[in-house]
Design a protein around this ligand. Structure first.
Ligand code: NAD
Length: 489
């Protein structure tokens, strides 16, 4: 195999030929991704099951069809998205045409602009005949580094978004979900342009080496610690980055809620993919009274979701590997006195039962780091103000969940806190609304994607102004000498 330098340089050379820019090439690649997904549904679901014991329904809904629906939407809208975007103009530019072009760095483009009608009545100001618009252009070669918990979704979404925007892509799936990573390495060359899309598999050594190369865009999904490593590497060449990171996503449950509905929505968010979701509800804050109501209802919900014990259920996943199993088991072991529900583990198949911890304190070990497993601590607080105080004194979360029927409470959280996403009266559902930006803020990430925003993320907005070399006499007002007459005196 070629060295990483040769690999990246080869893609840069291809990109410079302009091959990736036409609509037809982009469309062809998107059709390739669609075919890849459609012809390999079973194989993809099987790899996800091998990696994470991912239930078939979760594989289809959160990985395969999640990508497919967004992909089809991208295909249907791509022509429209690629069009230059009209921008507002001031009186001084009324005769000009201004536009933003989404473009690659350092590559000259033919700009397709639309024209404005010439309004001769306002012409005397300074205008000349010109065009102004936003043109979206590809950056060039994009490095996409994926995480293991949704190994298809987190690689395929940025992959087709980058292709739709006309970039070349170097895809680095997570080595932790090894079966899926190998499947992607096998399938991608079969369906996509081999000069423009490459898959590199490997671990920290390979990713570290890849990060030494120069890209035009880096899109990273994973933990915050490595996010900083990626950003440092990107800073060497001032390469733009999207960082999709994690952290602790808090929940507040207000009094006077429908506790059964709250329990269902919380337990669903916490047990989906065995809690290994970046936007999983990490911990719950509520009053002591609400804690008791919630615990009763959570017991009922768990009995309904997994009637024959979660370890026997086809609807319940496993920890991805023994390292993550041990990490979460240690958390349970050191909080033995707090276990209200669950707490069962089986090292043989990395099984951890849905576990609810009660009367947890902010200083307890379960509150130190992102849980990323099926353990849900409940921290009693005095009221919503105490919960807000805790949230704003820490890092800005990726997601925040508030359960309440009270407008004042909802407004307080909306107006006094910040997070990547805010969902009121549910968990995780915002990720499926492809018109909403998906991403973090501060420690939980930088940039956002999904739907058209993925296309925008991988496009450079080039500001374009086109004028005509006509009516030069009208321009003289801006040229020296700056006479008193020109100043209006
Ligand atoms: P991971 O271990 O798969 O790492 C992600 C990628 O980083 C991998 O491709 C890996 O090869 C690379 N990597 C790991 N260590 C590295 C190093 N030292 N130097 C360079 N590259 C390195 O995934 P993870 O970090 O365990 O993923 C879980 C975290 O990701 C959680 O914090 C979760 O919240 C977050 N996450 C965020 C999103 C999101 O969309 N915001 C989605 C999924 C996961």
């Amino acid at each position: 195999m070629a060295s990483f330098t040769e690999l990246v340089n080869g893609m840069k050379t291809t990109f410079r030929t302009g091959k990736t820019k036409p609509y037809e090439w982009r469309r062809q690649q998107l059709e390739g991704v669609l075919k890849l997904m459609d012809e390999n549904r079973e194989e993809i679901a099987a790899a996800l099951n091998k990696d994470l014991h991912k239930p078939k329904l979760e594989a289809v809904v959160f990985e395969i069809d999640f990508c497919r629906n967004d992909l089809v939407d991208t295909m249907n809208n791509l022509k429209e998205w690629m069009k230059p975007e009209k921008v507002k103009k001031s009186l001084a530019n009324i005769m000009d045409s201004c536009y933003i072009q989404k473009e690659p760095f350092g590559v000259a483009l033919v700009i397709g602009a639309w024209n404005y009608p010439i309004q001769l009545t306002i012409m005397p100001i300074v205008g000349a005949i010109a065009a102004a618009y936003i043109k979206k252009e590809p950056y060039g070669v994009a490095l996409v580094i994926g995480a293991w918990n949704y190994p298809i979704q987190l690689t395929i979404l940025p992959l087709f978004g980058a292709l739709a925007a006309g970039n070349c892509v170097l895809l680095k799936p997570s080595e932790v979900s090894w079966n899926t990573a190998q499947l992607l390495e096998k399938l991608v060359p079969k369906y996509l342009d081999n000069d423009c899309v490459k898959v590199v598999n490997g671990g920290v050594t390979e990713t570290t080496a890849l990060l030494k190369e120069r890209y035009d865009y880096i899109f990273y999904t994973g933990n915050t610690f490595v996010g900083k490593i990626v950003m440092k590497a990107a800073s060497e060449y001032l390469t733009p980055v999207t960082l999709e990171l994690g952290g602790k996503s808090p929940v507040y449950v207000d009094k006077n809620c429908d506790y059964k509905a709250v329990a269902n929505r919380l337990i669903w968010g916490k047990t989906c993919n065995a809690g290994q979701t970046c936007i999983a509800p990490d911990y719950v804050m509520c009053t002591k009274d609400v804690q008791e109501e919630l615990l009763q209802n959570m017991k009922t919900t768990l009995g309904e979701f997994f009637p024959d014990d979660p370890s026997q259920s086809e609807s319940y996943g496993r920890m991805v590997n023994s390292r993550h199993f041990q990490r979460v088991k240690k958390m349970i072991d050191s909080n033995q006195d707090s276990i209200a529900i669950g707490g069962d583990t089986n090292e043989k198949d990395n099984y951890i039962s849905p576990t609810i911890l009660k009367d947890v304190k902010f200083t307890d070990s379960a509150m130190n780091e992102e849980i990323f497993g099926p353990v849900l601590p409940i921290v009693p607080v005095k009221d919503e103000d105490a919960a807000i105080e805790h949230i704003v004194s820490g890092e800005k979360p990726l997601a925040m969940y508030v359960f309440s029927n009270d407008k004042t409470v909802k407004d307080k959280f909306r107006n006094s806190t910040s997070s990547g996403g805010l969902v009121i009266n549910d968990t995780m559902m915002h990720a499926g609304v492809m018109t909403l930006p998906f991403g973090g803020v501060g420690n939980s990430g930088m940039g956002a994607y999904h739907g058209k925003l993925t296309f925008d993320t991988f496009s450079h907005n080039r500001a374009c102004l086109e004028r005509e070399l006509k009516m030069e006499s009208l321009q003289s007002i801006r040229y020296p000498p700056y006479t008193q007459k020109k100043m209006g005196n």
